[in-house]
Design a protein around this ligand. Structure first.
Ligand code: 5GP
Length: 237
């Protein structure tokens, strides 16, 4: 598979065309950003860890019947995947209240939610990724029909039902996470982007220690050590 010209550079990944029009390559970067790009840094090895973690989780989800864009991990930092039309909605799944939920609604940090909460954010850096309801999403034309919003919610819950027990068994509480979806060339809605400690919160079940990007957001240090531990637990090491 030949890596061709750069199509797009995001905060955590670069996207390259390939010699196959249906396939693209994501190169996972070592850069770390938070607060809509206001806080920036870089950690050697972070990109490779996220590529490996995402590869394992995409394979796990595929084995449970979830359609994803994953095709193959090419090397430490490069993943081959299906080219899609990105749906500009960030689907946020929450099991425990923290982060913007506690800030916005005053729910006490660490409260176990009575049911899994699924929210939509508008994927728009200029606007700071504001919250969306279904009518906003339809008015903005982010999807064509209500059915598609229902499908995003359904897939997000299915993914949580697979990942939450998977991580709990490995001593990690999957607190919350962000998913992205796209439409493939047949119009199917599939899971895209990455699933990694950059867009998930993991708390150690025993110690409560944060094992995700909050270590960077909150200046706790030990970012790549924590990401490596997440990978090792996924691999059962
Ligand atoms: P919160 O809304 O509390 O900031 O984030 C909820 C969850 O979604 C967290 O796991 C967080 O990592 C993830 N998340 C929300 N928005 C973004 C985003 O724009 N980029 C990334 N990487 N993760 C996000």
């Amino acid at each position: 598979m030949e890596k061709r010209e750069l199509l797009y550079e995001g905060k955590a990944k670069k996207l390259f065309l390939t010699d196959d029009p249906d396939l693209v390559i994501s190169e996972f970067k070592d850069s770390l950003t938070a607060f809509n790009g206001e806080k920036k840094s870089s950690e050697i090895g972070k990109g490779a860890l996220n590529n490996k973690i995402s590869t394992e989780l995409f394979k796990l989800l595929e084995s449970h019947g979830i359609q994803t864009h994953f095709v193959q991990m090419l090397d430490d930092n490069n993943m081959l995947h299906t080219k899609v039309d990105v749906i500009l909605i960030e689907v946020i799944v929450r099991n425990i209240a923290t982060g913007s939920l506690t800030r916005n609604l005053g729910i006490e940090d660490g409260t176990v939610l009575p049911f899994t909460l699924v929210e939509f954010d508008y994927k728009n850096d200029d606007l700071g990724d504001p919250k969306l309801n279904d009518q906003h999403a339809l008015i903005l034309g982010l999807v064509e029909h209500q059915d598609e919003l229902d499908k995003l919610r359904r897939m997000a819950r299915q993914i949580n039902d697979i990942l939450h027990p998977f991580f709990f068994e490995k001593g990690l509480n999957l607190v919350d996470f962000k998913l992205e979806f796209g439409k493939d060339s047949n119009g199917n809605i599939i899971l895209i982007d990455e699933i990694s400690p950059d867009n998930c919160r993991f708390w150690d079940v025993k110690s409560g220690e944060k094992m995700d990007k909050d270590r960077f957001r909150q200046g706790l240090g030990g970012v790549t050590v924590a990401y490596e531990q997440v990978l090792n637990r996924i691999l059962g090491k």
